[in-house]
Write a protein that binds this ligand. Structure first.
Ligand code: PRP
Ligand code: URA
Length: 210
């Protein structure tokens, strides 16, 4: 069974408070989504394999460790997931980026796919699916299903900033092999399937569309 990791690091929790605040403007919101994504990426990549190499320092030869060549991919769920990508690419420049476009139908709250483009060797990569919000879990579980069934991905990790218990339950039921990293599991969903207390609409707050 995959593990649910709730990242309670003080820096992550401090930045999450800024994101929750309704008075945080678009520029700061976008910047803090990037900062929290970098901190979460640091935790989510903690178990990546490394290999020993020798490096010549100006003084002597050092035995040191580098990533063992495992190939990674970052797959944001559009739109809001885009806000998390740059910070992660800064940390893992060799990662490739695939995009999945999904939006929630406002009536049914079911995910509707409108775009998909993956690196050709995605099935060989460890994939980090990223999206700030895991609400009903419909979008995440559909994205992971697509990656498994259409692209043959076998090694998938999900990273969300805020989750609702319902979303965590859905992903764990449908994809028990997937590790989930979140900064918070909030109380519940409201009648519009928004996370309560949450932070509102992540896509709108990142891109200033409301
Ligand atoms: C939001 C969010 C997730 C999804 C979560 O996207 O970024 O993708 O809803 O909800 P779920 O767990 O119930 O599926 P939205 O559909 O609002 O699209 P956007 O990113 O384009 O704003
Ligand atoms: N999508 C969001 O952006 N926020 C929520 O609370 C739920 C879905």
């Amino acid at each position: 069974m995959g593990t649910l990791h709730i990242l309670d690091h003080p820096l992550i929790q401090h930045k999450l408070s800024i994101l929750r605040d309704k008075n945080t403007g678009v520029k700061e919101f976008r910047e803090v989504v990037g900062e929290i994504s970098a901190l979460m990426c640091y935790e989510a990549t903690r178990n990546l394999p490394t290999v020993e190499v020798e490096v010549e320092t100006p003084v002597a030869v050092a035995k040191t460790r580098v990533l063992s060549g495992k190939k990674l991919a970052i797959v944001p769920i559009l739109r809001a997931g885009l806000g998390m990508v740059d910070a992660m690419i800064d940390l893992i420049p060799s990662a490739k980026v695939g995009h999945i476009g999904l939006y929630r139908d406002p009536e049914t709250h079911e995910p509707v796919e409108y775009y998909c483009k993956m690196p050709p060797d995605i099935s060989e990569r460890q994939v980090f699916v990223v999206d700030p919000m895991l609400a009903t879990g419909g979008s995440a579980t559909a994205a992971i299903r697509l990656l498994k069934e259409k692209y043959g991905c076998r090694n998938i990790t999900l990273m969300d900033i805020i989750a609702a218990p319902e979303g965590v339950q859905t992903v764990r039921r449908d994809h028990p092999d997937v590790d989930i990293f979140v900064a918070s599991v909030d109380e519940r969903l409201d009648e519009n399937a928004y996370i309560t207390p949450g932070l509102g609409d992540a896509g709108d707050r990142i891109f200033g569309t409301k």
